[in-house]
Every structure is written in structure tokens, then in C-alpha cells.
Design a protein around this ligand. Structure first.
Ligand code: GCB
Length: 645
């Protein structure tokens, strides 16, 4: 949605992202039921039916007209979850007759003596999309629940049309209610989700209420501990998508054979009976094909495009794609390219590729804000990356907004996209695994038609153990099953050869499962002094390309001094110089994404006068002012790209 359109992708993902709105364990509480049990059963049946519906939902909302629900939302901050639980700590939404005190009812007093202790109409407002932390100073450190309410009129629709409510992302847990009924729950702060609301809309004055809860949990993904700000709120756009009874739910299209210039793909219809005609067109390439949907509403296609120009960072050529069935047409733009490896080489369109990268958090603090709110802010981050002569961004440490991946397609930046399986996840917990898998599916589902995205990353700096290895191998298998047209990786760690502290080794069972052996290393910062960078020798015993997904040092922009003193721009500059020299000595070195483009907020960085709540490893300050290391990296990349003056 965002600017009136929304994207999606995910042909053949039968699983919805939704958690049924009754939580396991939620029913062990004994409630007094004022009505017969069948009423309760009916209530739960409705909830489950609503939560189950999204398996049929359109996945490409970015490409469709959307009735935006962005803008001002009424909010009630609720640290004690007073609007969710009664005074016996029973969730209101599991009672047969929730009282008016349940905020999701968006209730009003009926008489002068009717006690209702909240009123959304008189409450404060926040902008959506947007984190709450940077919109109200009182909420800067807040971690807890905030209720959001939006009133809206139903979109125009014809008989038989279906309506879906689409959320770009809500951090972290969203309990969603429409006109006093629960639609369901979603967990995971960086991925899109949706509910079908056909038949549940009033023509005027619908009340959409969300309880948004960003409390951290040990069994969540990410877990309790991260080095970034836990921005809460409805951080990406919300909108309504109307589709006809039979609609293009999703499609996939990719260059399957470089030699034959052959494109292969599939279309998944929603609401189909089987046998429907599906038209696939790439008008600029003279392609107009018609295929038929099978009994599951799926249609595969394959055709040659001998005239096509391939997508690359130098020439980010995108072609218009039209997918139509019945009265529904979906229009998108895609690039055609292949990504592969040969031994220790990375190949883009069959040609050797070096990744001139930079890591990026989805934070834009130049104007005091936090989470990126719109395409303009996303573009600014990517333009900063381009000004380094980068051809690659590591979008850390969670799926960034669709603005980022779509702009990367347009601007010619290759992308590493990752899920927040970060540090010490609860590896042995099946629910945690399913949560991570749902986030992986949603990430791949959203962006599988983006030529820019070449790497799905599974995890960051996770400590080797049996449960962790099992968790990540399952995740790797799932990623392969969902998308075999991209590379898999994960940011791993190094250790030193026993008895030889100058030999750094990357050995991890995960390296056997991925296509690109990536690791983070901080020699000269967390690990020894700058001299060590000149001494260390590397052993990466896999016949795969090697990628250094992080290195860096904190420097306060404007703080100058001796290159031997940390926190100065000179120290960071010297670390960059020596690290880049060291990386060149690694066999199979195929690129790097230094940590990080710009300073970003982190609660782990309190040092007054230097950090002031920011991780200062940016090559730019949070306002976008370059530090000396920026120029070292830019010159190195210019040399690599052959664009050095
Ligand atoms: C890392 C993490 C990254 C941190 C960075 C740091 O290894 O992957 O999330 O922000 O180090 O600055 O410590």
C-alpha cells in the first residue's frame, strides 16, 4: 500500500501467518459463563474462522489500489493492560459477554450514570505508520501495550467482491478487532499480515481496534536481547484491499535459464474453481501467454525472452508484468537475472560478482524519527549507500519495509534480507521455531519477485549447539523449499585455532548448509588491537564464496584525535584501512557489508558524551554526516568497481 498500492508474493504458501486468536493456555482460566456454553463455542468458532481465512488472501497488496488507513489513529497507553484483562486478570475477549470496559468494544456510556473509563474519541493520537517512541517523549522508553483505534467507511465494492485488511508490520504482537469482534492475533514485528473482513464491514463508521504490545520475551523472535531499539507501534502502512470473487492471489516469475533466456513462473488464483484462464503479459518484450488454472487455482508458465536486458546494479532494468484472470488484473515490475555460485565465486548473470556492501538498520534519525516511515526515508538510506559506490546492502537484522526492497530493485542495489533470529534464541522451543519459520515465510512471500534480493539470511551470530543446529537446519530446508532461485546465508562467527591465536577459523555446521559463508568479525574493536589486523591469517575450509557480513568500530562524528585512541574518527578510519587489507588475504573473499551505514539507537550504548544511546559504528552520523571511514570505504569500493578517478 504505501502511496496507494501494496505488494506481495508467495505462490503456494498454504500457511497463514496468523495465530488463532485464542492462545494455548488461555483457556485454563475458569470463567463464570453467564450464558449457555454453546454461545461461547459459537464465539470461538467465529474467531477461528476469521483467523483461518487469510490462507486465501491476496499477497500482492503493494501492486493493488488500496484504501489507506494510514494517518491519525486514536491511542490509549495501557501499561497494566487494563483494557484487555478484567480485575481477575481474565482476558475480556475470552468472556462470553465482554463488558464495555473491554477497549476493543470502543464503547460509549449509554446514560449519564453509565461508567465507562475510556473514550477513544477523547484520547491522544499517533501517526500510522510510525513508531510510538519518537512521536511522544513520554513513550521513548515505553515497552508495553498501546491501543490504537481507527474509524473508517467501507470501500466501494461490487457484489461478490472480497475485502482484506492488510498490515505492513506491527511491532510486536497485534490483537486485532473489527466492530467489536476479534479478527485474530499476529506476532512478529517486521512482516506483513492480513485478515479477510468481507461481510464484517458496515458502510459507515467501522471501528478497527488493535492492542499493540512490544514487550520482549525470552521465547520470542527476536528474543530479549538485541543491539537495536525496540520501536513499538503500527510501524508500516495499513489498508483495505478489494478483490473480485476470483482474483490473482500471487505470482512468481524469474529467469530460470540464462543460456536460453527462459522465464518460468506460476500464478495462484484465489476463489478459483479450476479451469480459469490466466493471462500473463510482459508487453515490452512482446509476451502474451494464456494458461489454465488447475483444480487448486494454480497455473504454471514458461516462455523465452531472447530480447530481454538482464537486471544488474549497473542496469537495473525492470519490465512491466500483467497477470490477469476474469476481471482481476495485477500489474507489477520485475527484473530478470540469475544469481549462483561456482566454487568460491559468486556469479550474477553468470559473471563474477564482488559485493561492495554496507549494513543498514531500518532507522532514519536525521529528523529525530526512528523506524523508517515512508518511501522517501527509505530512499534516503539507499542513496547514502549508493554514495559509497556500494552495489549491495545487508538489510539487518529483520525484514525491512517493502519500500526498501522495491527501491533497491529500481536503484540497482543487491539485497541481503534476514529474519531476527539473533543471538540467543530459545532453540529448543517448538513455538519459537514456528514463529521464526512464519517470519521467514512472510519475508520470502513478500519479496520473491524482487530481482534485487539475492540472499535470504537465516540468523545472526548464533552460538553453535545441537538444538541451534537443528533449528537452523530446519529453517534452511524450509527456505530452500520456498525459494530455490536465491542464495542462503547466515552471519556466523569465527574462533581462533587452538594454540595459535593468529589463525582465525570459520567452522560451523551451518556453513555446510548455506551457499555463502558469511561471518562477522571485530578484530581491532571487541577483539584485540589494530595490530592484530595485520597479523591474523584466515582459514575458511569450504569451497564457497566468503562474505564478511560485519566489521567496524565506534566513532563519534566530529571527535578527532590520534588514530590510537578509540571513539575518534581517526581510529575508525585506521581500522577500516587495515581491515580491508586483511580481508583481501582471505581465500574466496567475495564481498563485505561493514557495520554500519549510519549511527543508530541502541539501549546498550549509554556512554555519555560519546554514545548517548547510539551505536556509533556508522560511517555516517545518524544525521548523515560522513566520518573519515566513509571515504576509506568509498575509495576502496571505487577501486573495486573500476570507477576510481
Ligand atoms: C554485532 C551484531 C550487531 C551489533 C554489532 C555491534 O556483531 O551483529 O547487531 O550492533 O555487533 O556494534 O556490536
Amino acid at each position: 500500500m504505501r502511496d496507494g498500492t501494496v505488494p506481495r508474493a508467495g505462490v503456494g504458501y498454504p500457511r497463514s501467518l496468523h495465530i488463532p486468536s485464542t492462545r494455548p493456555g488461555g483457556t485454563h482460566v475458569r470463567y463464570r459463563l453467564p450464558r449457555p456454553c454453546w454461545l461461547l463455542l459459537l464465539y470461538f468458532a467465529c474467531i477461528l474462522a476469521a483467523a483461518a481465512a487469510p490462507a486465501e488472501a491476496p499477497m500482492q497488496a503493494y501492486t493493488r489500489p488500496v484504501q489507506s488507513l494510514d494517518g491519525e489513529w486514536k491511542v490509549i497507553v495501557d501499561p497494566y493492560e487494563n483494557g484487555y484483562y478484567n480485575y481477575r486478570y481474565q482476558p475480556f475477549d475470552q468472556l462470553a459477554e465482554p463488558p464495555k470496559g473491554a477497549y476493543f468494544r470502543d464503547a460509549k456510556p449509554d446514560s449519564p450514570t453509565d461508567l465507562v473509563e475510556y473514550d477513544f474519541d477523547r484520547a491522544a493520537s499517533l501517526q500510522v505508520p510510525g513508531d510510538w517512541n519518537t512521536q511522544d517523549p513520554k513513550l521513548y522508553y515505553y515497552e508495553g501495550s498501546v491501543w490504537y483505534r481507527k474509524k473508517f467507511d467501507a470501500p466501494a465494492r461490487r457484489a461478490g467482491d472480497r475485502v482484506f485488511l492488510e498490515f505492513g508490520a506491527v511491532n510486536y504482537r497485534a490483537d486485532v478487532y473489527l466492530n467489536g469482534r476479534k479478527l485474530g492475533v499476529h506476532e512478529g514485528g517486521f512482516t506483513p499480515f492480513r485478515f479477510e473482513v468481507t461481510g464484517q464491514l458496515r458502510d459507515r463508521g467501522n471501528s478497527l481496534v488493535l492492542k499493540v504490545d512490544n514487550k520482549r520475551h525470552a521465547d520470542a523472535v527476536p528474543t530479549l536481547n538485541t543491539d537495536w531499539w525496540n520501536y513499538g507501534g503500527i510501524t508500516r502502512s495499513v489498508g483495505l484491499v478489494v478483490v473480485p470473487a476470483v482474483f490473482v492471489r500471487d505470482y512468481r516469475l524469474a529467469l530460470a535459464s540464462l543460456a536460453d533466456r527462459e522465464v518460468a513462473g506460476s500464478v495462484q488464483l484465489g476463489g478459483a474453481r479450476g479451469g480459469e484462464k490466466v493471462r500473463v503479459a510482459l508487453p515490452e518484450l512482446g509476451i502474451r501467454e494464456t494458461v489454465r488454472a488447475d483444480a487448486d487455482g494454480r497455473a504454471a508458465f514458461r516462455f523465452r525472452v531472447p530480447e530481454a536486458k538482464l537486471w544488474s546494479p549497473q542496469h537495473p532494468q525492470l519490465y512491466r508484468v500483467e497477470i490477469a484472470s476474469g476481471v482481476d488484473t495485477l500489474v507489477d515490475r520485475v527484473g530478470l537475472r540469475t544469481i549462483s555460485t561456482r566454487g568460491r565465486q559468486l556469479l550474477l548473470n553468470g559473471e563474477p560478482l564482488f559485493l561492495r556492501g554496507i549494513a543498514v538498520h531500518e532507522e532514519y534519525s536525521a529528523d529525530g524519527g526512528g523506524r523508517v516511515r515512508d518511501a522517501a526515508q527509505a530512499r534516503q538510506l539507499l542513496e547514502w549507500a549508493k554514495s559509497l559506490d556500494a552495489n549491495f546492502v545487508r538489510l539487518a537484522h529483520y525484514p525491512h519495509s517493502e519500500h526498501m526492497t522495491r527501491l533497491a530493485d529500481e536503484m540497482g542495489l543487491l539485497v541481503w534480507s534476514e529474519i531476527p533470529v539473533y543471538w540467543t534464541i530459545d532453540w529448543g522451543n517448538e513455538a519459537t521455531y514456528r514463529n521464526a519459520e512464519a517470519q521467514l515465510e512472510a519475508m520470502i512471500g513478500r519479496d520473491h519477485n524482487r530481482a534485487a534480493v539475492i540472499i535470504w539470511s537465516l540468523a545472526n551470530e548464533t552460538p553453535v549447539s545441537e538444538p541451534r543446529n537443528r533449528f537452523l537446519s530446519r529453517l534452511a530446508a524450509r527456505a530452500r523449499a520456498l525459494d530455490d532461485t536465491r542464495l542462503l546465508s547466515a552471519a556466523m562467527e569465527k574462533h581462533y585455532r587452538e594454540g595459535d591465536p593468529d589463525v582465525a577459523v570459520v567452522e560451523d555446521p551451518l556453513a555446510g548448509l548455506v551457499d555463502l559463508v558469511s561471518f562477522n568479525q571485530y578484530i581491532g574493536w571487541y577483539d584485540g588491537s589494530l595490530d592484530k589486523l595485520d597479523r591474523v591469517r584466515w582459514q575458511v575450509p569450504y569451497d564457497k564464496p566468503v562474505f564478511i557480513s560485519e566489521f567496524g568500530a565506534d566513532a563519534k562524528q566530529g571527535l578527532h584525535g590520534d588514530a590510537g585512541a578509540i571513539w575518534t574518527e581517526e581510529y575508525q578510519e585506521e581500522l577500516y584501512r587495515r581491515t580491508l587489507r586483511m580481508l583481501e588475504r582471505i581465500d574466496g573473499f567475495a564481498g563485505t557489508s561493514p557495520w554500519i551505514l549510519a549511527d543508530f539507537r541502541s539501549p546498550r550504548r549509554p556512554l555519555a558524551g560519546i554514545q548517548d544511546g547510539y551505536n556509533r559504528k556508522g560511517v555516517l552520523s545518524e544525521k548523515g554526516v560522513p566520518k573519515k571511514a566513509f571515504f576509506v570505504l568509498r575509495d576502496y569500493y571505487r577501486g573495486k568497481a573500476g570507477t576510481a578517478p
